[in-house]
Design a protein. Structure first.
Length: 322
């Protein structure tokens, strides 16, 4: 197992410009850990069992305080590169570090994969075969809730332009009865499961690290969508996701802050200013309405309100710093 530090393999910005020749079928599995001890071993066991054996795991750790790195370094059955960040750089930049390393090592594709997931032995093989079968740039799989194994979390997804390019998970919270068993082209999927040809990054760049966490995948897939790149949903590739297991749950302050901030940052970054401003005030009105209808606390309303303002100002701060 190779163990490296981030400054040996990746800078904090830009992309690797020199790489080894691409090796057919070689897949770099990129996962970002942060205090992932409770879920990591089951994830690693799923990787070890894969029938597609030409893979390298790029495990990017964001300053975990638990036994995450110890577990990763004791994994003898899969080629692994551990990038141990001294600080938490966020999911988006962590993914970028792994992507740069995979590019440098000549991988044909990168599989962005959450480590709070488990999957059967043919999972990666199905995703990889789907690239050629559907002549596409990216593939994703059929995702279920880990604690409700017959209930779908995401069976492909889409952008909703009439709602400010909000995203929709097809099949979310529906019991699987085979209704999503046909492969199809989609426009969105969470990057907790996304297989990407290396050529895609040449077209659209890497993840926007300013998101830190949440909506970085929305931004990346939106750029792919605008470039006409094709993403296919491959239902044969199945995965079970421990949703919210590492972020404090759906209503934690952490989630509320970054979801509210990054939603507005996405709108201002990608839409004309006048459109983004309209959506900004609609979002702020919705937060206020939920408070007055007693659907959220005063503290959470103020947190979302302030976070949305921060999101609006992010682009201004970035422009001034440039």
């Amino acid at each position: 197992m190779a163990v490296v530090t981030p400054w040996q393999r990746c800078g904090t910005g830009g992309r690797v410009t020199e790489s080894r020749p691409i090796e057919q079928g070689k897949i770099g599995v990129v996962t970002v850990t942060y205090n992932s001890e409770p879920v990591l071993q089951e994830f690693l066991d799923s990787l070890v069992a894969q029938t597609h054996e030409n893979i390298i795991l790029y495990l990017v750790d964001n300053a975990s305080k638990d036994q995450t790195l110890e577990i990763a370094r004791k994994q003898p059955d899969i080629s692994t590169v551990v990038i141990a960040n001294p600080d938490n750089l966020g999911v988006a930049e962590g993914n970028n570090q792994g992507i740069r390393s995979a590019l440098e090592d000549g991988c044909e594709c990168v599989l962005l994969l959450n480590n709070d997931t488990v999957f059967p032995a043919d999972f990666i093989a199905q995703l990889y075969d789907g690239l050629d079968r559907h002549h596409c740039d990216m593939t994703t799989g059929q995702m279920y809730y880990y604690d409700r194994p017959d209930v779908l979390w995401c069976a492909g997804g889409r952008f909703q332009p009439w709602l400010g390019y909000r995203i929709q998970h097809d099949g979310e919270n529906k019991k699987d009865t085979g209704q999503f068993n046909q492969p199809r082209r989609v426009t969105y999927t969470p990057t907790c499961c996304l297989l990407v040809r290396m050529s895609v990054f040449d077209r659209v760049g890497l993840m926007d690290s300013r998101y830190f966490v949440y909506s970085d995948d929305v931004d990346f897939l939106y750029r792919c969508f605008k470039q006409g790149l094709s993403l296919w949903y491959v239902p044969e590739a199945r995965l079970w996701h421990k949703v919210g297991s590492l972020t404090g749950g759906a209503v934690s302050e952490f989630v509320l802050r970054y979801v509210a901030r990054n939603r507005i940052y996405f709108l201002r970054k990608n839409l004309p200013c006048w459109q983004a401003l309209i959506w900004y005030w609609q979002v702020q009105t919705l937060y206020a309405l939920k408070f007055f209808l007693h659907k959220t606390s005063y503290a959470n309303w103020r947190l979302q309100q302030a976070s949305a303002r921060d999101g609006w100002n992010m682009l201004t701060v970035q422009t001034n710093s440039d």
